[in-house]
Design a binder for this molecule. Sequence first.
Ligand SMILES: *Cc1c(COP(=O)(O)O)cnc(C)c1O
Length: 433
Amino acid sequence: MKYYSTNKNAPIADLHKAVVKGLAEDRGLYMPEQIKMLPQSFFDHIQDMSFQELSYVVADAFFGEDVEKEALKQIVYDTLSFETPVVQVDERIYSLELFHGPTLAFKDVGARFMARLLQYFIRQEGNEQVNVLVATSGDTGSAVANGFLGVDGIHVYVLYPKGKVSKIQESQFTTLGKNITAIEVDGVFDDCQALVKSAFMDEELNKHMKLTSANSINVARFLPQAFYYFNAYAQMKKLGKADQLVMCVPSGNFGNITAALFGHQMGLPIKRFIAANNANDIFYNYLQTGIYDPKPSKQTLANAMDVGNPSNFARIYDLYGGSHEKVTSLISGATYSDDQIRETLLSCYQQTGYILDPHGTCGYRALQEGLQEGEYGVFCETAHPAKFKETVDSITHGDVEIPERLAAFMRGKKESVPMSKDFNDFKAFLLSK
Ligand SMILES: *Cc1c(COP(=O)(O)O)cnc(C)c1O
């Protein structure tokens, strides 16, 4: 499969290059030249297939030309070592729990898949070590670190702002050891990102070591998220409730919903989609007006969706040939304030007993408000509520149980490298490796 840039001004890339580079030369996002339709027979029997089995079919459509069959199967099976169950919350609303992976957030699948795919390419090339640099404000770092943990041939450096991430988040990437190094930067998230960007542009450093990124725009991270939607459909079909299915995705950078839309292009019979936003309403406004007007992000309770310029907008725009009409005929939007998130999280808990996290709450409410006669709705519950324990407990006046997996991270010993925000210090550190 070949990949082109959404800016249409960069050379066509193969999968290997698209994965290693992440972003095209013209700063555009890579798109596969083809999205294959899956045969009707697949959808006829999808409800009888396991998560791993059906995901392999989807993965084969994207990556089958570039990765050997057995290797791809192993990558898929290794990535999906947990279930993403659909759980009924209301009469017609279901939660797709994407938080049963290693760090209890949906980004685990993409991170692990990318790690395995990168490892496959490194092995083919003859084992030169690759170094992944990732800047994080919290959640991405933990998903990437755990996805790459123990994958030989790859070393990961996670840069995070000192004192700006929660203890739970910090423990998920500073206690791992092995091939993961946490770097505690005396600055804010933007400083971390600037250090990573400078490193990629520094000639001397790039001669010294092979550097790559693992951010969410990478095709190997976002495309595997399509698996979720095929699996959700399969489960709803099993329940006999898949005929008029509405998928609602709490969105920030819009990678997850873009993967869902790719699934739709492959024939997945979802009737329509809802992109649920917090107060960062850039996409919502685009749907209303046809004008895409990025803004600085606003801090909200659902902070993993605090994005003022969603990077995957370019992919959605490209997917529908820039037609606002096509986009709005398939996707609607919703936007919620922190007060509305609090109100909905509490009322859902009181009325159903289901404890939402602040991100999933946006999805749940959008279905409550937007579901039409005869439709069933599935929203993505993108993180376990315990990851946002303080917020959730303060709203419900409850005490969310911390899953053992999370508790184990918190018992681990923190190890990190202190770093100034001066690039010369960071460069000297990497050159010493
Ligand atoms: C990353 C994230 C989101 C947003 O996903 P996008 O693919 O960026 O739209 C939503 N919820 C949680 C918990 C996340 O970590």
